[in-house]
Design a protein around this ligand. Structure first.
Ligand code: AMP
Ligand code: ZN
Length: 120
């Protein structure tokens, strides 16, 4: 699989061709605010390498997926989610049409903040 898909909106966000509100960047990961937030805090964490979905994950991706899940709680607090257990956050990874995936570059939604939320 190519590292980048020239037609992918999230690859264009990672490369800076499309603007985004950056939350975090390192060698492997990029995180940015969702353009249409469902919750007071709503950002996405994506691998920089183009992986189409969770259905495409292989054992070679263990490390990057572990890094996403380890980063999520730290960024959630930094972005204003309240602490566990009264606060917390929701992690969602929509996969495929029936999973509600619209953008086919793997992304983890991190949502939190005081309720009610717009959705969910
Ligand atoms: P999903 O249904 O899981 O594929 O969600 C895709 C998410 O990407 C949605 O929540 C969109 O609001 C978000 N999104 C789409 N385009 C952009 C963009 N240019 N910048 C930030 N978020 C975006
Ligand atoms: Zn991509």
């Amino acid at each position: 699989m190519a590292d980048h898909d020239p037609n992918c909106i999230f690859c264009k966000i990672i490369s800076g061709q499309i603007p985004s509100r950056k939350v975090h960047e390192d060698d492997d990961l990029y995180a940015f605010h969702d353009i249409n937030p469902w919750a007071p805090v709503h950002f996405l964490i994506v691998p920089k390498r183009h992986i189409a979905s969770m259905a495409h994950i292989t054992p070679a991706d263990e490390s990057v997926m572990g890094r996403i899940m380890t980063l999520a709680p730290r960024l959630a607090l930094e972005q204003g989610c309240n602490p566990y257990p009264h606060g917390g956050f929701r992690i969602v990874c929509n996969t495929g049409a029936e999973g509600g995936q619209e953008v086919h570059h793997l992304h983890v939604h991190v949502m939190g903040g005081p309720r009610p939320w717009a959705r969910g």
